[in-house]
Write a protein that binds this ligand. Structure first.
Ligand code: FAD
Length: 396
């Protein structure tokens, strides 16, 4: 019997690749191996679940067994791949067994960055990059939520996209929120200064307290109340919090790729066909650096840890796996930032490109390159409705 296409990972990248491949080839055997349950959920929904009153269980859109049945996929849930032998075309599973593959897809995502912290309660600092993480966070907050009285205070480390979305979501649901970031304003790396200031004002109106220009130094069990923690900041201040969420970024876990001798840098390197440095091994999703048109398989590729790049990559990869080599093409991919206090849409310029933000109208900014060409935009508030019209103006 022909060895299957093996996909490692059951996030958006893994399941979408399986679905797109099945559309093109109803016969090819597909095996999906994943360390988690394999249940399908939209990860972006994790950061607006509180305001919508949705529990972790309600976020599962399709159970793993149903996904496997619909797509005629052999699913190995709760199974971790621990090594890859590119020459023998096998993957080794934790526990010792090995499976052969015809083509292999790494859709293994990324892991939250953990910054070293002092203190005796650092195990209570949680990150959210999966449904299981969200379950753990949800349970931890439930455990410290008293019946009646004010809702607990959550301290969020990092005022980037994920930190701001959770700050908005938790504050809308009545939690008290403190946001700590070494920068000077929220989403400072992505937004023009005026948009960042407007976001800060909108979140402050919801009750979010910002602590900029500093970081969390230590987390200790509180002296006053059992459930509270004392969180010391590098600027000498001490805050009280009942939950601490670390949202300081993701990094690809490249250990598995390295076990196969694949080229990696910050993440797994792939070419325009999404092939890694080993023939027949492909990769996509949050664990990948995509090659630019010019660079080929290069360490200068960009990480694109968003939904739209995954959808585009999965379609191209499925065609390649089905026998028609197809280079991935990324159109302009604006990202909606889920901060209902001030909704934002950002279509960012290519990483490293030089230019400056210019206010075009109230709530619209363009990133203009040296020739004055718009290479990206940010829309705020009611102007987010201009997403399509603004996308047409951008020069790719
Ligand atoms: C809170 C939050 C909100 C977001 N909101 C948005 C948004 O609004 N818009 C947007 O565009 N993007 C958003 N994103 C980003 C987007 O959700 C991700 O880019 C995307 O879900 C990543 O999917 P993935 O399949 O690459 O990785 P993952 O979802 O991380 O999946 C990785 C899979 O690999 C498995 N795995 C890893 N290692 C192994 C191994 N060795 N063996 C077996 N299995 C393994 C894991 O168990 C998992 O199933 C958000 C992200 C977060 C965290």
């Amino acid at each position: 019997m022909k060895a299957p296409v093996i996909i490692i990972g059951a996030g958006l990248a893994g399941w979408t690749t399986a679905r797109e491949l099945r559309k093109l080839d109803s016969d090819v055997p597909i095996t999906l191996i994943t360390a988690d349950s394999g249940d399908f959920y939209a990860k972006p929904s994790l950061s607006n679940a509180y305001a919508q009153g949705r529990s972790p269980a309600q976020l599962v859109s399709t159970e793993a067994s149903k996904m496997a049945q619909t797509l005629a996929v052999t699913l190995l849930p709760h199974t971790r791949v621990s090594r890859i032998d590119a020459a023998a075309r096998t993957v080794g599973l934790e526990g010792g067994s090995a499976l052969g593959y015809s083509q292999l897809v790494l859709a293994t995502g990324a892991l939250p960055i953990r910054v070293p912290l002092a203190g005796n309660a650092t195990q209570r600092v949680l990150s959210i990059n999966s449904l299981q993480d969200f379950e753990a966070f949800h349970a931890a907050l439930q455990a410290v939520t008293p019946g009646g009285g004010p809702k607990p205070r959550v301290l969020i480390m990092g005022a980037g996209l994920i930190g701001c979305e959770f700050a908005n979501d938790l504050a809308s649901a009545g939690y008290r929120v403190s946001l700590v970031d070494p920068g000077a304003s929220p989403l400072a790396a992505l937004l023009p200064a005026e948009a960042s200031a407007a976001l800060q004002a909108a979140l402050e109106k919801l009750g979010v307290e910002f602590h900029f220009g500093t970081t969390v130094a230590s987390v200790n069990a509180g002296a006053s109340a059992e459930a509270a923690m004392d969180v010391s900041l590098a600027n000498g201040q001490t805050l009280t919090a009942h939950g601490v969420l670390s949202a300081v970024g993701l990094r690809a876990d490249t250990a598995l790729a390295q076990s196969a001798g694949l080229k990696t840098e910050r993440a797994i390197l792939v070419d325009r066909l999404l092939q890694t440095s080993a023939e027949g091994i492909y990769a996509l999703g949050d664990g990948v650096q995509y090659a630019s048109a010019a660079s080929g398989l290069s360490a200068h590729g960009a990480a694109l840890p968003y939904v739209m790049p995954i959808m585009n990559a999965a379609r191209a990869l499925a065609a390649t796996l089905a026998g028609t080599p197809t280079a991935v093409h990324f159109p302009l991919m604006p990202v909606s930032i889920k901060t209902p206090a001030l909704p934002l849409v950002a279509a960012l310029p290519q990483p490293g490109s030089s230019g400056l933000w210019h206010a075009v109208q109230d709530g619209i900014w363009h990133w203009l390159d040296e020739a004055g060409q718009p290479r990206g935009f940010v829309l705020a508030g009611a102007q987010t409705a201009q997403r399509m019209a603004q996308s047409k103006l951008v020069v790719l």
